[in-house]
Ligand binder design. Structure first.
Ligand SMILES: Nc1ncnc2c1ncn2[C@@H]1O[C@H](COP(=O)(O)OP(=O)(O)OP(=O)(O)O)[C@@H](O)[C@H]1O
Length: 265
């Protein structure tokens, strides 16, 4: 069974070299988690506090919130990269963390070899990646460059390769942190379809994004993360409306209606 359960999970980052003078006036700014002190009087950033999350097979959840609200920290907690400082996080299922498209890529080896390595990094086997190789190679449209070392690629070419691999896997839990940047528009349209298909065959999706259109396309529900806490939970348009206002909520509602009509057409 695939599941995510966190109980009052907190993640603190101790900052041993923080200047105490500047900390005297610590207050909750618009961006970032609360800054406090732990029992040893060390300055800590409270990146997440008392997060209770219960997700099951089929859940597609978007995370919205200001810079430094705790979205990436929450994804890293769910990926097992961070342990909760207090509380618990119980994650069942094979996790594919897609935070940085370039992670696990080696500039000195070929595109083909990088496809295998990146796949292993995402929990796939060598055999699975070899079976998918042709299809991934086609998608990237990189042709003979695939036999060349990755260092000869432009940044957009690297993203094509990384997206080709990421969207080819079968994850039980897919953790996605936007960062899908510099590819040309035609390629992005192709990648969106593949991303949609990836999400559909994933057990659980948690997706942190500042793009309302992307959230509307990939998620059913959303969480507003604010200063390390879950401030609100609900449908994607409702949460975007609470977070950004009525205009943004209505835009997402219209977009979702249009997508639904296109699906049924
Ligand atoms: N390694 C770290 N050491 C210290 N503080 C950190 C570390 N990583 C994150 N933080 C702090 O934790 C808080 C949450 O950061 P996080 O990266 O999770 O935010 P986010 O919601 O993903 O932001 P953004 O939308 O800007 O990517 C911030 O206050 C940040 O300063």
């Amino acid at each position: 069974m695939v599941s995510i359960d966190t109980y009052n999970a907190c993640v603190d980052f101790p900052i041993f070299d923080a200047k105490s003078r500047s900390m005297k006036k610590a207050f909750l700014g618009a961006a970032g988690g609360a800054i406090g002190r732990n029992q040893d009087n060390v300055v800590v950033v409270e990146a997440l506090s008392d997060v209770n999350l219960h997700l099951r097979e089929g859940d597609r959840v978007g995370l919205v919130g200001h810079n430094g609200a705790g979205k990436s920290t929450l994804l890293r907690l769910l990926a097992g990269i961070y342990e909760p400082t207090r509380g618990t996080a119980d994650i069942r299922g094979r996790v594919a963390p897609v935070f940085d498209l370039g992670v696990g890529m080696d500039p000195e080896i070929s595109g083909y070899e990088n496809i295998i390595i990146r796949g292993l990094f995402l929990g796939q086997t060598r055999k699975q990646m070899k079976d998918k190789m042709e299809e991934i190679a086609d998608f990237t449209e990189l042709g003979e460059y695939l036999a060349m070392p990755l260092r000869t690629y432009s940044s957009g070419m690297r993203i094509r390769l990384a997206l080709g691999v990421v969207t080819s896997i079968e994850p039980e839990i897919l953790l996605l942190d936007e960062g899908i940047g510099a590819v040309d528009a035609a390629f992005m349209a192709k990648a969106r379809d593949r991303l949609q298909a990836l999400v559909e065959r994933s057990g659980i999706l948690v997706f942190a994004s500042h793009s309302n259109d992307f959230l509307a396309q990939l998620c059913d529900t959303a969480l507003w993360v604010d200063h390390g806490k879950i401030r609100d939970a609900g449908s994607v348009p409702d949460i975007i409306e609470s977070y950004e206002g009525k205009g943004a909520g209505d835009h997402v509602r219209r977009l979702m209606t249009r997508m639904e009509e296109e699906k049924n057409a």
